[in-house]
Design a protein around this ligand. Structure first.
Ligand code: ACO
Length: 323
């Protein structure tokens, strides 16, 4: 027997305010047609003034706990992936801990759009090492706060939201037929730091800064790096692409997602898509998509779910999970 972690439940939260491409046409020199053709995005949710990353995280985590049917008091670890913490410190996860009444320890992790895969991997490792028994893994972002609303090349791409899962350790036979996290695969390459970054920070400018991106280079890296990490995840479990029931990708761009699905020869009805309605919500995008597909009945017990994501760093990764 080996220690594994399985997902007991999931939940998500989106701010009420929806901003469509048409709304953005009056703010920057862009068109609905350009945004849809280049990215597949039609709308995104934007947090209200005073609505914080911790508020989104608490709402998503509360729904995940309800879905899992467990009390907050039984959680002994929170790993919160965010690029937009409430404050530079302490960890936003500690605020979430206090609001929910969870025990143990709570930390934030920063891997931008790859954040949820990183957080899942970290929590899974805590559980398998015996340092935690039940964990909340959250991706939560108020990414709109990092946008330069005069820069049409970036401000049309992103949105706000949060998603969460409850992970629990159990003793499993140790085969790829086990339920839960089968494997996670993480990579980063700091030599590409300048392709996608925020031009501020506590140690550089003392300001928060705005997102800056070389879109074409990021696109090129995204397709090749995601394809290879997905192959790595399947090979590690002796699985073929045809074994995958659901691809739940980071939702940055429809064209990147289509490229990965094509390489895997996965039909589009096996790909969970939210990018059209959510835009790129960074670390929140995978758990938002996951919660949608679980709650509408697409993802069922026993299904093989492949998650993949890439973001600033560049940092990227994949997770293979049997639901
Ligand atoms: N509206 C209208 N025109 C625009 C806009 C806009 N919002 N933004 C850029 N343009 C213009 C450019 O100025 C350029 O005009 P020019 O030819 O007169 O100079 C033209 O459109 C083409 O610009 P490109 O940058 O070449 O457009 P491209 O086809 O590469 O699409 C995009 C840009 C959508 C950003 C694409 O490169 C991309 O998706 N890259 C991946 C980046 C990404 O997804 N990042 C998210 C974070 S990382 C991650 O999550 C994977």
């Amino acid at each position: 027997m080996v220690k594994r972690s399985r997902i007991l439940g999931c939940g998500s939260y989106l701010p009420a305010n929806v901003v469509t491409n048409r709304d953005l046409e009056s703010r920057v020199d862009t068109t609905d047609e350009w945004i849809v053709q280049r990215t597949g995005i039609k709308a995104r949710h934007i947090a209200a003034e005073g609505e914080l990353t911790s508020d989104l995280a608490v709402a998503a985590a509360t729904r995940a706990l309800e879905h899992a049917g467990v009390d907050a008091g039984s959680i002994d670890c929170i790993v919160l992936a965010t690029t937009t913490p409430d404050n530079t410190f302490p960890a936003t996860a500690t605020k979430v801990q206090a609001a929910l009444g969870t025990k143990g320890f709570a930390l934030d992790i920063q891997a931008v759009c790859a954040g949820f895969v990183y957080a899942l991997s970290i929590a899974d490792n805590f559980i398998r090492a015996g340092q935690a028994t039940r964990a909340l893994v959250i991706g939560a972002e108020t990414f709109s706060r990092l946008l330069d609303w005069k820069d049409r090349t970036t401000c049309v791409l992103f949105g706000d939201g949060a998603g969460a899962v409850v992970l629990e350790g159990y003793d499993a036979p140790g085969t790829s037929a086990d339920r839960g996290v089968l494997s996670t695969h993480l990579h980063s390459d700091g030599s590409t730091y300048g392709l996608l970054y925020v031009d501020g920070g506590p140690s550089t400018t003392g300001t928060t800064g705005h997102v800056r991106m070389n879109g074409q280079d990021v696109f090129r890296h995204a397709v090749s790096k995601l394809s290879s990490v997905v192959e790595e995840a399947l090979a590690a479990n002796g699985m073929e692409p045809s074994t995958v029931d659901w691809l739940v990708p980071h939702q940055a761009n429809q064209r990147i997602i289509d490229g990965i699905a094509r390489k895997l020869k996965l039909s589009t009805d096996k790909v969970v898509l939210t990018v059209d309605r959510h835009g790129n919500t960074s670390a929140a995008s995978i758990p938002l998509a996951l919660a949608e597909a679980v709650h509408d009945g697409r993802i069922k017990r026993g299904d093989v779910v492949l998650m993949e994501a890439i973001g600033g760093g560049l940092s990227w990764g994949a997770a293979l999970v049997r639901w």
